[in-house]
Ligand binder design. Structure first.
Ligand code: ASP
Length: 326
């Protein structure tokens, strides 16, 4: 009897120890978001406007965290966070997106699931209310990875996604900016692409990015945001990444994939890999932008080589943090 008690006691201790150690290694959930990198300085943005941006970033974090906290997936969380930012006119995605040179909104978005390496993207769409939702449908409900223009819009319609008149994306602020760029009063367009990366309690990573692209881009131009490996990438073995910046450079450098590759092939940390790419590699090419990256252990990197980047994160049990400037 005494031996029996000792055995039970020993097992109880062993199980408690096991639970504690697993718990200590478990990073819980993490969500990181961005609302674009660019020439964002205290001189160019009033404290009131800064407050509005911070408020929206917090709302996006809350939308994604709600899902993660109730055991939801990283994919659902990044979609929820990005959709909230797509609906907000402050950012260059969905409503309020920048105009192309023809005065039209052409939207790009993509998603990637780090567990399955499945991905979906839409490019150059003009009537899909939530491009990131359409990207997810391409991943989940088609045999393809990327669909563009009218075909993507038709696919989204058949999928039952909300289709809007192109006028839905119009905001006066974006239009005024378009007129300024057109008149060459200002040649650095606003950059407010949005993106999110998340790690869920099951240990899965996901990434999503949505954008109106570069201000005054040529009709038909597609940037890095819908290109898997350039603007978006996720792999449970390494990290999840969402980029923002001068898309042509991000495509040429396969930036999002390169973060993962450097981690896997060189053994770099997520901070080292993304810091090198943004602050050394891209900077040396004269390319501006930034990215958010999250590894499978919950480590975060948010480097940018511009004056500011709207960004923030929340970790399980911690207060959400949002930042605008350096
Ligand atoms: N990367 C986006 C593009 O080139 C723009 C941005 O992030 O501001 O389309």
């Amino acid at each position: 009897m005494f031996i029996m008690k000792q055995i039970v006691f020993f097992f109880a201790i062993a199980i408690t120890f096991l639970i504690q150690t697993t718990h200590a290694q478990d990073p819980g959930y993490v969500l990181v978001i961005h609302g674009g990198a660019g020439n964002i300085t205290p001189e160019r943005i009033t404290p009131e406007k800064q407050g509005l941006y911070e408020q929206k970033l917090k709302e996006a974090l809350a939308a994604g965290e709600k899902i993660l906290a109730s055991g939801g997936t990283a994919m659902d969380a990044v979609i929820a966070a990005v959709q909230l930012l797509e609906e907000c006119p402050l950012f260059n995605a969905g409503k309020g997106a920048v105009f192309n040179a023809d005065g039209k909104n052409e939207l790009d978005a993509s998603v990637m699931d780090g567990k399955t390496l499945k991905a979906g993207a839409v490019a150059g769409v003009m009537t899909i209310k939530s491009p990131v939702a359409a990207a997810r449908r391409v991943m989940d409900s088609s045999a393809h990875v990327m669909m563009a223009g009218r075909g993507a819009e038709e696919f989204a319609r058949v999928q039952g996604l909300e289709i809007v008149d192109p006028a839905y994306f119009y905001t006066e602020e974006s239009w005024k900016e378009y007129l300024k760029v057109k008149a060459k009063i200002e040649n650095q367009g606003r950059k407010g692409t949005v993106g999110a990366v998340a790690l869920d309690e099951q240990g899965n990573l996901a990434a999503a990015t949505s954008t109106g692209g570069m201000s005054y881009k040529k009709y038909g131009r597609i940037g890095d945001s819908p290109v898997i490996g350039a603007g978006t990438y996720a792999n449970n073995e390494s990290c999840a990444v969402s980029c923002t910046g001068h898309g042509e450079f991000f495509i040429r450098n396969s930036v999002a994939f390169d973060v993962s590759a450097r981690m896997l092939y060189l053994g770099e940390t997520v901070e080292q890999a993304s810091g090198f790419i943004i602050n050394e590699k891209l900077r040396s090419q004269g390319a501006t932008g930034g990215l958010i990256a999250l590894d499978k252990d919950g480590n975060i990197a948010m480097p940018f080589n511009t004056s500011g980047m709207f960004r923030g994160y929340v970790k399980k049990g911690e207060k959400p943090q949002v930042y605008v400037f350096r």
